[in-house]
Design a protein around this ligand. Structure first.
Ligand code: LAC
Ligand code: ZN
Length: 484
């Protein structure tokens, strides 16, 4: 894609005419926070921010941007962890802030229709009041937006039983860079008419279109739940126990692996909260089972606990009340943020088949150990999804910059060899795009580039994200082999 145009005063005036002057700003104090998300070390500057309130207004902005060849960066809450919302080429940040209505909770069809700016937990609370459940629960659920969740195909602890965001999106309304409005899917659980454009747009990280309406499937709210913790004497044992839990033929609604360092980081930040037997152990599994039948749940709960003990757990502790369970989950949800405040870091978000979680952890150790680089890894082990936080600690800047890309590439090569993937839930965005050729072949990458061109011929939608910059411009494979 050739260079983009700058945002000229004439374009700002046209945007103001379309949205009203109050909903368009070039004020640097407003633009500054819109230049970053939750990914460390990244900051861009949008030239102008737009706050549309209707699909028609979104369409007007996209049409103007496309005609002027100016980048559009869709923006929801900015909770992303791969730099997807960072405006690296300037241009227009197009916010979902005023598109924040729950349009309908259809209790006959168990379907919600929302605008992209609705806070995830707000929808969850609204449907829960009606005995319904929207399960995907990213750690940032109290402030992230459904539009961002759909754009990134967000996950979370409960996805191990209930599936990730894409499993709930039945339909979308989206605006193409041309300004055309497209509708995909509908209030339909069965719909095989043509290519599945819904699935294509989910997880497209704002690089294809701007989402204006989302149709989401709901399920009955599971009234009963039990939360348990199993401490282990080693990370390896805890990791190996994960597959054993599922072999007991129970699907827990969460199966999280936490290491001692991960727990310590969270407890240092918000105060102690885990039982001492757990915080003192090398690692633990945080598990939850849920359902609507208390007796059946009790059986599942016992099977999970027994599977942990059979796999070598030092103990199995049960949260005594819903309040206690909530406290444990609050600590779990703080881990990511707490680890990221320790020092400079780079996070990988790999996923492997769950039985390979111990091998994935070994792979990380085998690459970082010899380099003397520490990592804090934790996450959705039941999904085989680990957040590997590689810590800079006191490593000099030059060494960090030199070693980090090769270490990341070496880890990803090993993960891919285990049947794994670069990103389980945080997306590719800016920080992982150069790793893509380690997993995808030339044909797959070509298809993705061509899909991008069909939706967005001028390349204005969230430029610089998801796809690697140039064919073959990657860290040489031999080089990565050399260090591991
Ligand atoms: C978590 C987020 C960071 O699982 O995905 O903590
Ligand atoms: Zn996560």
């Amino acid at each position: 894609v050739a260079g983009f145009a700058r945002v000229e005063p004439e374009l700002v005036r046209a945007l103001e005419a379309a949205l009203g002057a109050a909903n368009v700003t070039t004020d640097r104090a407003v633009l500054e926070p819109l230049g970053r998300d939750e990914t460390e070390d990244l900051h861009g500057w949008p030239e102008v921010a737009c706050f549309p309130a209707t699909t028609e207004e979104v369409s007007a902005v996209l049409r103007l941007a496309n005609e002027a060849n100016v980048p559009i960066v869709p923006r929801a809450a900015g909770s992303g962890l791969s730099g997807g919302a960072v405006p690296v080429h300037g241009g227009i940040v197009l916010s979902v802030k005023r598109l924040d209505r729950i349009l309908e909770i259809d209790e006959e069809n168990l379907i919600a229709t929302v605008e992209p700016g609705v806070i995830t937990e707000k929808l969850q609370q609204a449907v829960e009041e009606k005995g319904l459940f929207y399960p995907p629960d990213p750690a940032s659920k109290s402030w992230c937006n459904l539009g961002g969740n759909v754009a990134e195909n967000a996950g979370g602890p409960r996805c191990v039983k209930y599936g990730v965001t894409k499993d709930y999106v039945l339909g979308l309304e989206a605006v193409l860079p041309s300004g055309e409005v497209v509708k995909t899917g509908g209030k339909l659980r069965k719909d095989v008419t043509g290519y599945d454009l819904t699935r294509l747009l989910v997880g497209s990280e704002g690089t294809l279109a701007f989402l204006t309406k989302i149709i989401l499937e709901l399920v009955p709210y599971p009234q009963e739940r039990r939360t348990l913790m199993a401490p282990f004497a080693s990370v390896r044992e805890a990791a190996a126990a994960v597959a054993r839990v599922f072999q007991a033929r129970v699907t827990p609604c969460a199966c999280e692996l936490l290491t001692k360092a991960a727990i310590a980081a969270a407890e240092t930040r918000i105060g102690p909260g885990f039982p001492p037997e757990v915080s003192g152990a090398e690692a633990c599994l945080l598990l939850e089972v849920d359902g609507s039948d208390a007796d059946a749940l009790e059986k599942d709960f016992l099977r999970v606990g027994e599977a942990c003990l059979a796999a070598g757990a030092q103990d199995v502790l049960v949260a005594q009340s819903p309040e206690r369970a909530r406290e444990l989950w609050r600590i779990r949800r703080t881990v990511g943020e707490a680890v990221k405040r320790l020092c400079r870091y780079r996070e990988l978000d790999v996923a492997v088949p769950r039985s390979r979680v111990p091998d994935a952890l070994d792979a990380v150790d085998s690459v970082l150990g010899p380099l003397g680089i520490r990592h804090i890894s934790y996450g959705h082990a039941g999904d085989g999804n680990l957040h590997v936080n590689i810590l800079k600690d006191a490593l000099p800047d030059a060494e960090w910059t030199e070693k980090l890309p090769r270490a990341c590439a070496a880890i990803i090569e090993k993960v891919v060899a285990l049947g794994g993937t670069i990103s389980g839930e945080h997306g590719i965005g800016l920080v992982q795009k150069d790793l893509m050729p380690l997993q995808l072949g030339a044909a797959e990458l070509r298809l993705m580039r061509e899909i991008k061109r069909v939706f967005d011929p001028r390349g204005i939608m969230n430029p610089g994200k998801l796809l690697p910059d140039g064919e073959g411009r990657l860290i040489a494979r031999d080089l990565t082999r050399r260090i591991c």
